[in-house]
Every structure is written in structure tokens, then in C-alpha cells.
Ligand binder design. Structure first.
Ligand code: ISL
Length: 541
């Protein structure tokens, strides 16, 4: 078992607590809601759950603005409930991964309030990036770095007497001031936070925006061309010693805890540097997610991903979506199915029947690949992106900071449907006093767990069957992959070991299957047993 620890082949289910299940009926998902649904997760067949931040937070960025890591946000519950949840999940064989956001904290965090109060030059300000402005009146911001959330990255503070003061850096919203990782206190605090959650049974952490926390203290402008590690705030070499110190903490537990990095980097060699044996265990592979539904593109992505991971002996990860991106059923249903980073294709013609077929095939394809699989809540129900949320209900700062150009990420965060009917389709109790924090579409009940669980053709049944098989087919648990050519460029086909094959047809000509027993198909085969377009098959052969 030590040679093949659980996380190398895990299925990790992502819970966005605000939208999963609302136990107390206040319209916001909570830990009570999750606890009541743990049997659902066990039946789905996941090895772990990853919670996006559940800590005390003003929720200016859905919780990625943490005010206190040692407290659960009261909207979600209490620390005692979190501990109970972790223990109850463990009793069902489900591990818990929590989120850590090293790049920034909330502007309501005690440290930032203290920094504002303490003034320029204080040790309190040394935990952040406070800087005088440029120009005679200090009214020009120190750099013109662009925010990942559009707009500028500096906000000017006011002095206690009301006059304009220093500026502070925030790569995201002004409510998310960046921490200064040159501060020993910042480093120590994060080690303590890791221990705090590991001591409470967390099996690991997902590290938010993991390539961003270290900055070049000279604050140079971002050069148009830059070599590896030369960007002033992305992928700087000093990050590695930080994550090594985290790994030492993770490894100090008898049942070692894992580090999962959110490392968005185009350069696969630089990406792999985070995955050394003394650093992160795994990192999200977004390369597959950003590819269009095209056989050559997907084959190339799989090959490149496996090649990048092999030298560092880290498992690959497969991610079709998360709380930041357009739901796969919608994305794959568009004529141009390539990744839509700024959601420019929102509201464009979408064939959800095609998108659903492809999302089913993509789920089976990724679940058959070597490595760990991430499933974002609701993808197992085939939920589409909700693209017509009324403007006045939108909450995502990405929408506001783009001046409404980007519709934002709320469309993949709509509260889940559990039942066909009822006040909130079972998201909250029927007699709940409050509406869900984002409105659910009228047709949401048709996508509910209740509507799908006894339907052999549903997405939920596909996921349940697929994840059960994934646990029982021994070839899927370890080893690499061997491509085979089924005679058509539009077919993605590979074997795992001698006895298992996966065939996915993206082309319009039906693909002939090799001999063998069909274990699972994402849709009906042709009358003579060939694989139609946008269909995946798992075979014992
Ligand atoms: O959301 C994105 C694209 O739609 C990304 O650019 C995202 O900002 C980036 O992947 C970092 O995301 C993470 O940190 C953000 C938070 O808003 C995201 O939800 C989180 O996943 C800031 O903490």
C-alpha cells in the first residue's frame, strides 16, 4: 500500500459548500446539509471530498477571502460540526481535503485590520505589500500589474486623518490583500494552519493560486518576454522552499497528508517542478480541460500530461471543471468547444444533447486514464451552466470587475437539485424560510438526484457505475497507458494493461470495437456493435 498510496488513483469530489445542500433553510448551503448527504457521496463512490473554503469570511469571493482559518463561517456551521463531518465522512471511507489560500487573506482578517490601523513602516504592514504611490502626490500606483480578475492590483488606503495614504497590493479583489511571503510570521502562520486542520483529521489541502504568492520585492513591471521564474509575481523559484516546508508538515503525520496544488502554468516542465517527492503530491492538470472536443487535441494533451508527470513520478490528475469554469455539458455543446476563459461564448447557441453525450464520454475517458480524478459537484448530474441568471442576482466579483463584460462564475454555482419538486428542489427543507442564494431554473428538478437515480440512462447512473467499475477493474488502479489505432484519427483508444481498453469515438463514422466484453458504454452502440459519434466504451479484452 505504501508503494501505491490512495491519492495516486483517488476520485476526489469537489464541494462548493454554499451550493451543495442547505440544512437549516437559510438559503445557503451548510455543513449540516453536507452531513445529511454523506451517504449520497459514499454511494457515488468517491474516495475524498475537497471543500472550497468554509472558513469565516465576508464571502466577497465566495470564501476565497478568508477572515479566520480557525473558524467555520457561521453561515456554514461551527468548528465542532466540521470536526464531526470529517469523522463521519472518514467512517464512510471518505477523506476530507480543505482549501488553503496562501496568496491573500480577507481585508476583514485581523492582520489586515491591524495593518491599516498601525500605519506605514509598522511590522503589521510588513505582512502585506503596502507601498507609497509614485509621483509627487503618491497618487500613481506602484506597478501596472493586471489583476487575474481584471482591473488594477493596487488600492489606496486612507490615513487616520482622512488624507490619502499608502497603496496595497491585491492580485484579485481589493477585499483580498496579498500576503508578503518574505515575512516569517506569514510563513509560520500557514504551517500552523496546516497543523490545525491536519490535527482535526483533514487528509490534505488544496492550495489556491499556488504559483502566485511570491513577488519580486523590486516590483518591476511585467516584461513582455520573460524566462522561467522571471515573472514578478508568477511561478517564482522561491515558492518551492515554501511548499517543501509544507510537505514536511504533511509527512510528519502517521497517515501522511497530501498537498494538491492549483498551479496554472502553460509550461509543463515548470509545472512538474511543483511535483517533486519533497513537494506537492499532485496538482490540477488544466491542460485537458482547456482543450476542445477534438480527438487529436485530446490525445496530444493526454500524451503531454503523462510525459510531464513521469519523470517526477507524480500521478496525473484529470479535471473537467470546477467552480471557476463553464460546466462541461454546456461547453461541449457549443460549436467552438475550446475553453472559454472569459466566458465570451456565454449565451451562444448550445446543443445540450450533444454536450451531454460528449460530457458522458469525457467522464469515461478521464476516469479510465492513469491518475487521480476530480469531480465538481453537479457534474455527476450533468448540470448545464445556468446562463440566464438575472443580472441583479449575480454575486461573482469577476462579473463586477469586468464591468459586466464577463458574466462571471455564478452559472456553475447554482444550488444543487436533489428532488424533482419542492420549494428549492430539495436543496433546503421544503418549509425553508429563505430562497436559495442563487435562483434555480424552473426545469432544475429534471436534473435532480431523485429524477436520475433509478434511470439507467441518466448521468448519475453513469457516474455511479463508472466509479464502481473504476474500483474493481485492477488495471485501472496502476500502470500506464498504451495507445492503439482503431483505424480512424477521430477515435481515442488506449489499453491499460493487457485486459482493459477504452475507446472514444469523436468522429461521425462508427468505430469498430476490438474483441471483448463491453463493461460500460456512455450511450447506445449501433445495431452491429460499433461505437457511434461522441460515445465512449470500456472493454475487457
Ligand atoms: O477563475 C478563474 C478563471 O475563470 C481563474 O483565473 C482563477 O482566478 C484562478 O484559477 C485562481 O482561482 C482560485 O483563486 C481565486 C478564486 O476566486 C477562485 O475561485 C479559486 O479557484 C482567488 O482566491
Amino acid at each position: 500500500a505504501a508503494a501505491h498510496p490512495w491519492w495516486r488513483h483517488a476520485v476526489i469530489y469537489q464541494i462548493y459548500p454554499r451550493s451543495f445542500a442547505d440544512g437549516n433553510g437559510d438559503g445557503t448551503g451548510d455543513l449540516a446539509g453536507v452531513r445529511a448527504r454523506l451517504p449520497y457521496l459514499a454511494e457515488l463512490g468517491v474516495d475524498a471530498v475537497w471543500f472550497t473554503p468554509w472558513y469565516a469570511s465576508p464571502l466577497a469571493d465566495g470564501g476565497y477571502d478568508v477572515a479566520d482559518y480557525r473558524a467555520i463561517d457561521p453561515q456554514f456551521g461551527t468548528l465542532e460540526e466540521a470536526e464531526a463531518l470529517i469523522a463521519e465522512a472518514a467512517a464512510l471511507g471518505i477523506r476530507t481535503v480543505v482549501d488553503v489560500v496562501p496568496n491573500h487573506v480577507s481585508s476583514e482578517h485581523a492582520w489586515f485590520r491591524a495593518a491599516l490601523a498601525a500605519g506605514p513602516g509598522s511590522p503589521e504592514r510588513a505582512r502585506f505589500w503596502f507601498h507609497d504611490g509614485l509621483g509627487e502626490h503618491g497618487d500613481t500606483m506602484p506597478t501596472n500589474w493586471q489583476s487575474s480578475f481584471q482591473g488594477t492590483t493596487w488600492t489606496r488606503t486612507k490615513n487616520p486623518d482622512g488624507t490619502p495614504g499608502q497603496w496595497y497590493l491585491h492580485l484579485f479583489t481589493p477585499e483580498q490583500p496579498d500576503l508578503n511571503w518574505e515575512s516569517p510570521e506569514v510563513r509560520q502562520e500557514h504551517l500552523d494552519v496546516l497543523r490545525f486542520w491536519f490535527d482535526r483529521g483533514a487528509a490534505g489541502v488544496r492550495i489556491d493560486s499556488a504559483a502566485l504568492p511570491v513577488k519580486d520585492r523590486a516590483l518591476p513591471e511585467v516584461p513582455e518576454m520573460h524566462g522561467p521564474g522571471e515573472h514578478p509575481h508568477l511561478d517564482r523559484d522561491e515558492l518551492h522552499e515554501i511548499y517543501r516546508s509544507w510537505r514536511a508538515v504533511a509527512d510528519s503525520y502517521a497517515d501522511p497528508r497530501i498537498l494538491v496544488g492549483e498551479v496554472w502554468l502553460p509550461d509543463t516542465e515548470r509545472f512538474a517542478k511543483y511535483l517533486r517527492p519533497d513537494e506537492m503530491h499532485t496538482a490540477f492538470n488544466f491542460d485537458f480541460m482547456v482543450r476542445p472536443w477534438d480527438a487529436a487535441a485530446l490525445r496530444e494533451s493526454i500524451t503531454a500530461t503523462l510525459a510531464a508527470h513521469a519523470p517526477v513520478d507524480a500521478p496525473a490528475t484529470w479535471v473537467l471543471s470546477n467552480h471557476d469554469v463553464t460546466r462541461p455539458v454546456t461547453r461541449y455543446g457549443r460549436e467552438d468547444s475550446s475553453f472559454d476563459f472569459a466566458r465570451k461564448r456565454f449565451g451562444t447557441p448550445t446543443d445540450l444533447a450533444v454536450g451531454t453525450r460528449r460530457a458522458r464520454a469525457a467522464a469515461m475517458l478521464t476516469a479510465a486514464l492513469p491518475g487521480a480524478l476530480y469531480v465538481y459537484q453537479g457534474d455527476e448530474l450533468g448540470l448545464p451552466e445556468v446562463e440566464d441568471l438575472p443580472l441583479e442576482v449575480l454575486q461573482d466579483p469577476m462579473h463586477f470587475r469586468s464591468h459586466g463584460v464577463d458574466p462571471g462564475r455564478d452559472g456553475c454555482r447554482v444550488p444543487l437539485p436533489w428532488t424533482r419538486g419542492g420549494a428549492s428542489f430539495g436543496f433546503g427543507p421544503d418549509a425553508a424560510p429563505a430562497e436559495p442564494w442563487l435562483p434555480q431554473p424552473s426545469w432544475w428538478g429534471g436534473c435532480s438526484v431523485e429524477a436520475q437515480e433509478h434511470d439507467p440512462a441518466s448521468m448519475l447512473t453513469l457516474y455511479r457505475t463508472m466509479l464502481r467499475l473504476r474500483r474493481t477493474v485492477p488495471e485501472l488502479a496502476s500502470g500506464g497507458l498504451a495507445w492503439f489505432a482503431p483505424g480512424a484519427d477521430d477515435v481515442v483508444a488506449f489499453r491499460r494493461g493487457a485486459g482493459f481498453a477504452c475507446v472514444v469515438n469523436l468522429g461521425s463514422t462508427p468505430a469498430v470495437l476490438p474483441d471483448g466484453e463491453v463493461l460500460l458504454a456512455s450511450g447506445p452502440l449501433t445495431p452491429d456493435g460499433a461505437v457511434p459519434q461522441d460515445t465512449a466504451v470500456w472493454l475487457r479484452s
